[in-house]
Design a protein around this ligand. Structure first.
Ligand code: AMP
Length: 547
């Protein structure tokens, strides 16, 4: 017997309809490429996203056709999120930090037909347009009078003139909730990038889950600043969850330096912000140097790479801001786990609470996880056994776009498919996940594993260290030994010996790095994460001093 409830598909358009009706005057504030601050409302976004949908109809784009963006976080990008997906097309957010060759490759692979870009990316568009014959219109996200003349880009229009002629009346179509809504290519450190293709259903379920109290805890009372880019895994789903709850949204545009982010947080009364550790590192540095405090910010979600405990403590003790450590990946829409305490932890002393908060947290309902050994046997949740982390759930990929890379899933005894994350982790008895490493970054020394994340976390707790990255280097006896590359804070001093001494008592003796290499900068990838492959290349001629 089937239930007798209404059969209404979960569609992204319902979010924008809902927020317009119930929170239409909710503010959307954007710092623009033009340099000014722009203000609109959810009602304004809804109206213009309908104009986007009409513009796409005029272009005769079919259901599931791809529309790409090369854009910062801002209101126009948000209008495209809703106008493109809501009308049944697929929004392909491209990471502008990728190499032009990669951008051309993925635009062709995705079969993008229209590409909308912020003016800061005009040089990129000029570099790739000739290699993207499938793109029949290039839309510059600007007013008509700012459209560059003699750009050399064919079929170029300004977004405002493209929208200007369109009506803001539009009936959002109804279709299967499993239809594709948006896509995002993984950074692909080896081989060609592969795309996660999200559906309306997966996006909606993720949006519900992300707003929950033990997840991002977003409500209509919040003013939310996603520093995480809308070009990478949909800014962790915030553009959708924000509409679901009707909160104020604040977009940083291209200005991601510590000073600009801090000023926006203060001027817009931001209560909740989301970003990767490198962004917060810059902001905390700026605040410390200038003796600044937050007036309204009360929590921040930090993920994308391991959040050093020193950062959690700095936020909490110096600024009274709760850090929610999160783990996820492109293939998971992206949220998998988020770290909040349970009721029984509230009475624990601060130190014991920090031990929990350092971890990447508990699975969100909708995500199943397990750790397995080399033979695929499930390992215990005892906080000690570490193994390959596998996940499954309705917002986890089952295969990549166009079947690239074959079937990624690993079947269990019941025939259910699990997605191998490529991460190595422990899970404790309370269900808290701790990422030990990417499986390819873990250092294998004398048959034992050393977590490069642990080694980095200790280094960045030193007051003179701005950034640190640990890699394994060849050792004839131990196979690999860890070394740590370190960027010093401006004006700060620390010697190799002082830093190695700093490790004593903080980790097992055999895990202490064999050497410290001071560097000017550590290479970062397109999503702000440390690029260990590049660091290994840079240090390829390095030899351990002990050899
Ligand atoms: P991406 O798909 O580019 O977002 O990268 C996902 C990967 O980033 C994960 O598989 C992890 O290796 C890493 N990652 C994400 N969040 C965290 C975290 N909180 N701690 C450690 N690693 C993380």
């Amino acid at each position: 017997m089937l239930g007798l409830m209404q059969d209404q598909p979960l569609l992204i358009s319902s979010l924008i309809e809902f927020v317009e009706r119930h929170n239409g005057d909710g503010e959307i504030v954007s710092r623009r490429v033009e340099g000014d601050i722009h203000r609109t409302t959810w009602g304004g976004i809804a109206s213009r996203s309908r104009q986007v949908a009409n513009a796409l109809d005029c272009e005769q784009l079919l259901f599931s056709d791809r529309v790409a963006t090369l854009a910062w976080n801002g209101y126009r990008h948000l209008e495209l999120y809703y106008g493109v997906s809501g009308s049944g097309r697929v929004l392909h957010t491209i990471n502008p930090r990728l190499h032009p060759d990669q951008i051309a490759w993925i635009a062709n692979h995705a079969e993008d037909q229209i590409l909308c870009f912020d003016l800061s990316f005009l040089p990129l568009v000029q570099a790739v347009h000739a290699r993207c014959p499938g793109i029949r219109k290039w839309v510059a996200l600007c007013d008509a009078d700012r459209l560059p003349v003699d750009s050399g880009v064919p079929n170029l229009v300004s977004y405002e003139s493209w929208l200007g002629q369109q009506s803001s009346d539009y009936d959002w179509p109804t279709f299967d909730e499993n239809s594709a809504s948006s896509m995002c290519y993984t950074s692909g450190t080896t081989g060609n990038p592969k795309a996660a293709l999200y559906s309306h259903r997966s996006t909606m379920l993720h949006a519900y889950a992300a707003a929950l109290p033990d997840v991002m805890r977003i409500s209509a009372q919040d003013s939310v600043l996603p520093v995480v880019p809308m070009f990478h895994v949909n800014a962790w789903g915030i553009p959708y969850s924000a509409a679901l709850v009707g909160c104020k949204l604040v977009f940083p545009g291209p200005s991601l330096d510590g000073k600009s982010v801090y000023e926006l947080i203060e001027s817009e009364g931001v209560t909740f912000a989301a970003g990767v550790p490198t962004v917060w590192q810059m902001m905390l540095g700026h605040m410390q140097t200038n003796g600044l405090k937050f007036s309204k910010l009360n929590r921040t979600v930090i993920g994308g790479s391991a959040c050093p405990p020193a950062m959690i403590t700095a936020f909490q003790e110096n600024y009274n801001v709760e850090v929610l450590h999160a783990w996820g990946m492109t293939e998971m829409s992206p949220l998998g786990t988020l770290c909040t305490l349970k009721n029984k932890h509230l009475a624990l002393p601060a130190d014991a609470q920090l031990q929990i908060r350092m971890k990447q947290g508990r699975a969100i309902f909708g995500v199943d996880m397990k750790i397995v050994d080399g033979e695929g046997n499930e390992l215990p949740w005892d906080g000690k056994a570490y193994g390959d982390l596998l996940v499954k759930g309705p917002w986890v990929v089952k295969e990549y776009f166009k079947g690239e890379g074959g079937d990624p899933l690993v079947p269990d005894a019941q025939g259910r498919g699990w997605f191998p994350t490529g991460d190595v982790a422990t899970i404790d008895a309370d269900g808290y996940l701790q990422i030990t490493d990417r499986s390819k970054d873990v250092i294998k020394s004398g048959g034992e594993w050393i977590s490069s994340i642990d080694i980095e976390n200790i280094a960045v707790a030193h007051p003179a260290v701005a950034m640190a990255a640990c890699i394994g280097v060849f050792h004839p006896k131990w196979d690999e030994r860890p070394i740590i590359a370190v960027v010093k804070k401006p004006g700060a001093e620390v010697t190799r010996e002082e830093l190695l001494k700093f490790y004593e008592g903080k980790t097992a003796k055999w895990q202490i790095p064999d050497d410290v290499v001071f560097v000017e900068a550590i290479p970062l990838g397109a999503t702000g994460k440390i690029l260990k492959t590049r660091l290994r290349e840079l240090l390829k001629d390095y030899k351990l001093p002990t050899l």
